[in-house]
Design a protein around this ligand. Structure first.
Ligand SMILES: Nc1ncnc2c1ncn2[C@@H]1O[C@H](COP(=O)(O)OP(=O)(O)OP(=O)(O)O)[C@@H](O)[C@H]1O
Length: 244
């Protein structure tokens, strides 16, 4: 599903490299968590596999295809939910989704069906013509997720999808991710909420300073390291020093 090998990235004018030979692999369809302290390189990694950032060297295979040669094909098969809200604030959620659906060239009737389905699934069917700028944080996050789903991606990549949302929205989002995976899709997500990742993820990769620290089934990692929570494993392996 995802294979990253010896990935390097130093941003223009940056003092230090962001990725320093990152290698990790999620071979099968899964719900995977990409975890790490601030600045570990999670967003950069996700941005590379979506084609938003170019690596300096290394290889990345997404759904069996190489990002260097097959990026356009990969983009059609993945959905990306960025950390920031990627919707037009003055437009309603429906207008935003119609615009995005048109970009993907989804035929009108199918697009309308999907918009109806997802608005209902994410509890936004009552929002009518209200502009996104008047949405609550949780509503914006849910709308942001729908925007990545209209073309029915095989792999959904989410950057901190539950950051800053209330318990109800988080519960709905996590239940959706479970169900989406249950329908045979893969999910890669980043989060600082380790209890959440422990419950949701079948596999996690913990990274720090642009490299892989450890990866595996969270339950096995806890067992192997003799801890009762993924957070304890994380602190044990990445240390307690601040990253700023
Ligand atoms: N466009 C950029 N130009 C220069 N440096 C960047 C750029 N994007 C990220 N960086 C730097 O790369 C490092 C890793 O950033 P990245 O956002 O990938 O980490 P992260 O693990 O997602 O962090 P966080 O948990 O804080 O979101 C940071 O030091 C950041 O300042």
């Amino acid at each position: 599903m995802l294979r990253i090998s010896n990935l390097h990235k130093t941003y223009l004018k940056a003092v230090e490299p962001t990725l320093r030979g990152l290698s990790l692999e999620f071979p099968r369809p899964t719900i995977a968590g990409l975890l790490g302290p601030n600045g570990a390189g999670k967003t950069t990694t996700i941005s590379i596999l979506c084609g938003l950032v170019r690596p300096d060297s290394g290889t990345v295979e997404v759904l069996g295809a190489d990002i260097r040669t097959d990026l356009e094909r990969i983009k059609k098969r993945i959905g990306v939910v960025p950390q920031s809200i990627a919707l037009y604030p003055p437009l309603s959620v429906r207008e935003n989704l119609e615009y995005i659906g048109a970009l993907y060239k989804i035929p009108g009737t199918i697009l309308q069906q999907r918009i109806r389905h997802f608005l209902q699934l994410f509890g936004l069917d009552h929002t009518g013509s209200k502009a996104i700028r008047y949405f609550s944080g949780g509503m914006k996050r849910r709308a942001n997720i729908i925007a990545s789903l209209l073309h029915e991606p095989e792999l959904l990549v989410l950057d901190e999808p539950t950051a800053g949302v209330d318990v109800q929205s988080r519960n709905l989002i996590l239940q959706f991710l479970e169900d989406y995976h249950g329908q045979g899709h893969s999910i890669i997500y980043t989060s600082h909420l380790l209890e959440e990742a422990q419950q949701l993820c079948r596999e996690v990769a913990i990274m720090d300073h642009g490299q892989l620290v450890v990866q595996g089934d969270p339950r096995l990692l806890m067992k192997d390291h003799g801890f009762s929570s993924l957070e304890q494993v994380f602190l044990h392996l990445t240390g307690i020093s601040l990253r700023d």
